[in-house]
Design a protein around this ligand. Structure first.
Ligand code: GLU
Length: 471
């Protein structure tokens, strides 16, 4: 087998104020690819746009990564802090003759384009300084341009897109260093990826055109190019490019919806990548299965129904203690009070009857309402309607039978059935009032589960409260 331990991938987000789910998915793919092969996964913050790159915007990326559980190796790299190194490389290229100083002014470039338009030629700028000897240079501000090949093609072998060919006569001598000495994005990305030892550049296919330009810089420097893998972007359910009107685009919005991160990883992994027909899988499986071959060529569509079913599967199979931790994280994230010790203990004890059908953490908490609520239970409108005079009478009788019943599912079932039958009712008719009394809701776990979890004293107290309501 090939040695894959040297694999290095990275995610290189620009701080925009939030972590987009497209970025989260790209990060996940890079993480799975590297971690599944014993390689390294790095984080680089592309913070050269000083106006946008506030500490808060950078923090939003770190928060998104941490919430999603994508740990990176070493410190996050700041692209801005590496500006001197980018400039150094540009100057080395000048010295080596793979780049040149261009003294053209904006006006000259515009005049060139105008003339080209008038003569119906390509408006791609051809600098007259490309072959001017150093001795003939004026003492004026200049930019550094790549001396790009003028003829032939630049070919990208992309692990997802296949062979992608760019005609060199359609690529200009790109600027590497601006006249103020700051590097352009193209140069910065290549120098950083090279210095960080990145072996695989897995990123959105909106960067495919950049790959051709970046490849030219690699080739000019004689550096090994990474394996390129440009993945199709995520689309909305209507097949159009994902936007706010499709719903949540920030990964933390999903956190606030109460999607557990493990479920988000599963869902995002399937958004554009597949392993046979597998839809539901664990991290261990994803790490074992993930490869570039499984990445599709067409854009994946966001599907909230599917996300809910993936979340349901993960919630159902999570360890109770882990779920309790997720709940604590969710409550903190959404600014809700933490559970009291009693609530924590009751929800933990109830978990067996909660987690099988919950689609999200708030859904789970809604089902756990009986374990979270404290007396007197205030029934919602639908539940209150169950507590008519007849039902209240039966609940009151029941409290007496329950004083001495042994607290097991079988006995409770027999006791409740007998109480219903004494009034010529089926047990089902009693379930509504019991749910209202015990939880104040009409959708709850089974009444037996609720009674077993809260215990005899609390059950009797809640039934007594309900029986004595005015109504
Ligand atoms: N900073 C770029 C972005 O946020 C990513 C650049 C790259 O992956 O090469 O889209």
């Amino acid at each position: 087998m090939a040695d894959t331990s040297q694999i290095v991938t990275r995610i290189a987000p620009s701080p925009t104020g939030m972590m987009h789910i497209g970025t989260a998915r790209t990060a996940l793919f890079n993480w799975l690819f590297a971690r599944g092969r014993g390689g390294k996964f790095l984080l680089r913050i592309e913070d050269t746009d000083r106006a946008r790159s506030t500490p808060e915007a950078t923090q939003a990326i770190l928060d998104g990564m941490r919430w999603l559980g994508l740990d990176w190796d070493g410190e996050a790299v700041s692209q801005f802090e590496r500006v001197p190194r980018h400039a150094e490389v540009a100057h080395r290229m000048l010295a080596e003759g793979t780049a040149y100083k261009c003294f053209a002014t904006q006006d000259e470039i515009e005049a060139f384009r105008e003339a080209a338009r008038a003569e119906n030629r390509s408006t791609l700028y051809l600098s007259p300084w490309r072959d001017v000897a150093e001795g003939d240079h004026p003492d004026l501000p200049y930019v550094v341009r790549l001396k790009a090949p003028r003829a032939g093609e630049t070919v990208i072998e992309d692990a997802v897109q296949g062979t992608v060919t760019f005609r060199n006569d359609q690529l200009d001598d790109m600027v590497l260093l601006r006249s103020d000495g700051t590097p352009t994005y193209m140069l910065a990305v290549v120098v950083d990826d090279h210095d960080m030892g990145v072996t695989h550049a897995i990123r959105g296919d909106d960067h495919l055109n950049n790959a051709a330009r970046q490849a030219q810089i690699y080739r000019a420097m004689g550096w090994a190019e990474p394996v390129w893998a440009h993945i199709p972007l995520i689309h909305g359910p209507d097949g159009k490019k994902l936007s706010k009107r499709h719903g949540a685009t920030g990964v933390m919005e999903y956190a606030e919806m109460g999607i557990p991160p493990a479920a988000m990883r599963n869902y995002l992994a399937r958004l554009g990548w597949s392993h046979g027909d597998d839809e539901l899988f664990t991290d261990a499986q994803a790490l074992e299965w993930f490869d570039l071959k499984g990445i599709g060529k067409s854009p994946a569509r966001l599907d909230m129904k599917k996300l809910e079913s993936v979340a349901g599967w993960h919630i159902a199979r999570m360890e109770d203690a882990d779920l309790m931790e997720e709940i604590a994280r969710f409550l903190a994230l959404t600014g809700q009070p933490a559970l009291s010790q009693l609530q924590h203990d009751l929800v933990s004890a109830a978990m067996y009857c909660l987690k099988d059908r919950a689609k999200s953490l708030p859904d789970l908490l809604e089902k756990a309402q009986f374990a979270l609520a404290s007396r007197p239970i205030e029934p919602d409108e639908k539940a209150a309607a169950q507590l008519d005079a007849v039902s209240r009478g039966i609940l009151s009788e029941l409290t007496e039978h329950l004083q001495n019943a042994s607290w097991s599912r079988d006995t409770l079932e027999a006791t409740l059935t007998l109480a219903a039958e004494a009034h010529g009712l089926k047990f089902g008719k009693l379930a509504g009032p019991l749910r209202a009394a015990l939880a104040g809701r009409s959708a709850t776990p089974s009444v037996f589960d609720m009674m077993l979890v809260i215990g005899r004293d609390e059950t009797i107290a809640r039934l007594t409260d309900a029986a004595s309501r005015d109504g």
